[in-house]
Design a protein around this ligand. Sequence first.
Ligand code: ADP
Ligand code: G6P
Length: 478
Amino acid sequence: LLIGMPEMRQSSLVVVANRLPIDDSVAPDGACEWRRSPGGLVSALHPLLRHTPATWVGWAGGTGPAPALPDIDGVRMRSVPLSGEDLRDHYEGFANATLWPIYHDAVEQPQHHRRWWDAYQRVNQRFAEATAQVAEPGAVVWVQDYHLQLVPGLLRTLRPDLRIGFFLHVPFPPPELFMQLPRRAELLRGMLGADLVGFQRAQAAHNFAQLVTKVLGLPATDRRVGVEDRVVRIGAFPVSIDTVEMAALADRPDVADRAHRLRHDLGSPDQVILSVDRMDYTKGIEQRLKAYSELLAGGHVKVRDTVLVQVAVPSRERVSQYQILRDRVEREVGRINGEFGRVGEPAIHYLTQPFDRAELAALYRVADVMAVTPLRDGMNLVAKEYVAARVDDSGALLLSEFAGAAAELPQAYLVNPHDLEGLKQGLLAALRADPADVGERMRSMRAYLHEHDIRAWARSYLSTLDQSGSMLTRLGGG
Ligand code: ADP
Ligand code: G6P
């Protein structure tokens, strides 16, 4: 790896996100290796930007000086360094222990420390400066997610010539929750530095409009707000996936073979239930395990006929709430397997490894029921990936009402994951559903995702942001 001067080439489209699409991780032999970062933001943006003349400004994982990175799939990478202190106070602290829980219904207690806010400001300033260096005059800059809410405002001061968009991938909470934030006014003002503030759902746009009026006294509707002499637009743009790419992957003969082998290795059960999550307390993993275990205990489901595959890749591992969750999940998996498994026949196949896209596609193909039951989720792209991968129109999607995806996929088997009995009934309904009904639901969800893919998302967002439309042609979205 080259460690050197940051890249100074300029681009007409700059995407700014806390994460770069690759992550610096340490291999078992101690060597540094680069791999795709798991998580919805990277899954959405990576296929979109591929082979476009864009620059992606972000953090490459790890601490220390910013590595000079080669282009990845034709996209320029501009890495922004985080020190150990920044990592602790900005990323693990303000972003993931203050904002993340507040934005997800406070399902875990949000924490507040004044020095976390200092770090958040400092890191946002660094991102804004790095972006100002790589943006061509008049460029479109698209700032992503809750780690960087101050960047639009800071960037407007540095570079008033830019067209600035902001998009929040996570939920935006109702005023009662947001009002708890000691720095609520600064956070809203930072977002209002953008020309367009985008959310996953209309309810989030509504919450934002209410808050800018309540906290900043600005006149706002759910579509626009006046800020001094500017109009900032507000809107809902549900993010999506590269539907065609996932379908093509799932349709590959080697992936189909892999899916057959997986089913065989799972003991050729009648039905396979699959869940794929980052190990996060918003994903409802514990509630799901409890529902499954009660179905086993009640004799509604038998291990020989039905298995659960739970993929839970560790995330934000130094944040205490994530450590506690992992311990609890692992204890529960152990308990359930100890109580209900047999030799060679565990009740739950529990995997914490990151998988490549082909292996994920094979897992999706093998799953008769996909259980996606977060307590709160901005969108949940796993649900959309599953639908795209079901090229033969089979498979039941069990989906939480509290995932953004539920608004777009009403044909899923919808459940309230806070309601344990409802969750059990939903799981049973999905397992026992009539194949004709399952097929009909899956067909309409697949048709929907074919239209509403990641390109349609970018088209709709960028055409609202950049009315001249020049960015669209660059993305090949036309
Ligand atoms: P979040 O962004 O909160 O993690 P999403 O469901 O929107 O939730 O996105 C998760 C993304 O991470 C999906 O694209 C999924 O395929 C990917 N992913 C999840 N688990 C793994 C894993 N074990 N290995 C590789 N990719 C994973
Ligand atoms: C969610 C967030 C993303 C984040 C991803 C993975 O999708 O919206 O901004 O990148 O989770 O989390 P991580 O902390 O590993 O970046």
